[in-house]
Design a protein around this ligand. Structure first.
Ligand code: ZN
Length: 240
């Protein structure tokens, strides 16, 4: 396995960090003054450990898994791996809590313990509607900036889609599967860009992909990620 840095971030830091992003790409954070050759030396010297780390990162990516809704179970949300944590129903300010997230946890109020599956799905749907709507608006503005044309959609629906991640109907009604809210933001953005381009281009020919590329230069890599991982995302909470 070749270990070439995918990105080197330079800053005022004093130490070097070598690690991986969720795609398994090598990421380096280094002091401004450190020569590139020194970075390559370091990578070479730690090659074995890095290759092992890379394997771990890739194998801990999304896996389909039956949830039992126990403390500490893992849930994907916007590309983050959150651990389920039960919390009191009422917070410090004496208001009833709903489901929420922190950097590391999906917080589930105790009263939902026996309806966890239903409530978590409701939460994902609600967040999906909010998030996808804001990203659609962002890309409509971007489309206008890049192509000078205004896009109008008639409706934005959240589906339970397992086969279809997103779609744009002949009448320009957009639909996205709530299960996509598990994916990293750049993947959601690719799907959104793809569907809003369909408002003008109702096909998958070159003119379509040219526009997608203008909105998301990384679309090929995002599409690849989606193809590899959608199988896992779509299994989320479907069992009984
Ligand atoms: Zn399409």
């Amino acid at each position: 396995m070749s270990l070439k840095p995918y990105k080197i971030f330079r800053s005022n830091r004093k130490t070097v960090f070598i690690g991986f992003n969720q795609y398994g790409d090598l990421i380096v954070k280094a002091p401004k003054s450190l020569p590139v050759s020194k970075i390559y030396d370091l990578i070479e010297r730690h090659k074995d450990a890095l290759n092992k780390k890379r394997k771990d990162v890739l194998s801990s990516r999304l896996r389909s898994k039956k949830h039992l809704f126990q403390e500490g179970e893992e849930f994907w949300f916007l590309g983050r791996n959150l651990k389920l944590k039960f919390v009191d129903d009422v917070d410090l300010f004496s208001t009833r809590r709903g489901i929420s997230t922190t950097e590391k946890n999906l917080l589930l109020p105790e009263r939902y313990r026996n309806f966890a599956k239903k409530e978590i799905e409701k939460f994902y749907r609600k967040e999906a509607k909010k998030f996808f709507t804001s990203r659609v608006h962002f890309y409509i503005v971007k489309y206008f900036e890049v192509f000078g044309e205004r896009l109008n959609y008639t409706n934005l629906k959240i589906s339970s889609g397992q086969r279809t991640v997103g779609s744009c109907s002949p009448k320009n009604s957009l639909s996205f599967s709530w299960r996509l809210i598990q994916a990293p933001i750049q993947i959601i953005d690719y799907v959104v860009a793809h569907e809003i381009v369909h408002i003008k281009e109702k096909h998958h020919q070159k003119a379509f992909w040219d526009k997608v590329r203008m909105l998301d230069p990384d679309y090929k890599r995002n599409l690849k990620w989606l193809k590899e991982n959608w199988f896992y995302l779509r299994e989320f909470l479907i069992y009984d």
